[in-house]
Design a protein around this ligand. Sequence first.
Ligand code: AMP
Ligand code: MG
Length: 427
Amino acid sequence: MDDRNREQKKQNSIIQGTSEAAHIPEKIPTVVTTVDPRSNEEDLLSALYPFGQMIKKSGVVAFPTETVYGLGASALDPKGIEKIFIAKGRPSDNPLIVHITRTEEVFDLVESVPEKGIQLMKAFWPGPLTMIFKKRKIIPDIVTAGGDTVALRMPDHPVAKALIELSGVPLVAPSANASGKPSPTMARHVWEDLEGKIHGIIDGGSCAVGIESTVIDMTEEPPVLLRPGGITQRMIQAVIGPIERDDQLDEIDRGNSGDEKSELPGKVRSPGMKYTHYAPRAKVLILRGKRKKVIEKVLELEKTYRESGKKVGIITVDENLKEYEKLYGEIRDQACHQACDIKENKGLSPGAEDVSNSPCIRSLGSEKEVEKMAANLFAILRDFDQTEVKIILAEALEDREMGYAIMNRLSKAAGQNILYVDEEDRS
Ligand code: AMP
Ligand code: MG
């Protein structure tokens, strides 16, 4: 039994022992439906009707939003919410976001909304912005991890809206992945992690934003950014003036000095594994510094690992691909997976080059289109799990706008393994 199963068994028995026996069968038949989000509202409502019924019966259903796939249950039904924590293996001290479709609902759920909250709702809802307010009693403690605040968001996706309408209640919807894995941006990611553990999956295609919502705490003055996302700090400040950043955010992004014990070569700061999240199976190392030096270091490390029998993954950007092509030849997207397939099959076809040992190189996209890079990030991290890659070398992006949100997720995936290739750049 692996650790996740053991943890799930433990959580099952805790819940069955303490609550009115939410009976959790070993394996739930997971119903999957594919819908076209561009369908008219009436068609969507009729296609999704059975999933609304599942939620009404305390079931859990994965559905697309514009950020990532969410795992939905009624926000007013602790029995359904318990099932989310079990299915994901999510620690119970990690609070959930409540999703609504109408602004008026906010006032039933929270004590008060400051003027700046109203301004942000007008500017960014529906959309990838989550705001935290003082909660009303109607919100069960399990949603907020016992705290007195609640996080609210209005998603901008026709499928999410239709499911909330059909359920007749606000929905809690954490990302629909197994805790610790990269968030799902396609229905197949949800299937990989949660098949047999949840009641339904609504496949509505890929998620446009691709990383989770921005989270801002509106109970503080000035408000505090807790998680960067699709709505950037600059966009928020353009509406409500200066906000602050949570101290922990910059700690995650810089890495901090501490444990230098690591099997990774060079000077690696703080592999603070307690922060690991969004993590593929392979170890992730971020390389920060000037472009030329980063690429030189990636090439040097790749060679060292290859010579010790470890296959390397490289995360880069379109603008840098030519530097790798000089050494490794033309890089076609997905080429690494073909290489790994060849390795799996062992028997190479006559004349085929044995590329099994060459690195798997994936580009997030062009630096000119940082939003597209964000949308690709999690799928690329997950794809490495289908390969033999043991270590992923990721070039750092500029910490601006969506780049800041991408680096926040990458830093967590790397458990803060960050290599500064030119020390003078480290602020
Ligand atoms: P996920 O639903 O997986 O995107 O995670 C939701 C995240 O929102 C949590 O991990 C918290 O970081 C944040 N969050 C939700 N509710 C609260 C709250 N009441 N106070 C602070 N952060 C919250
Ligand atoms: Mg999550």
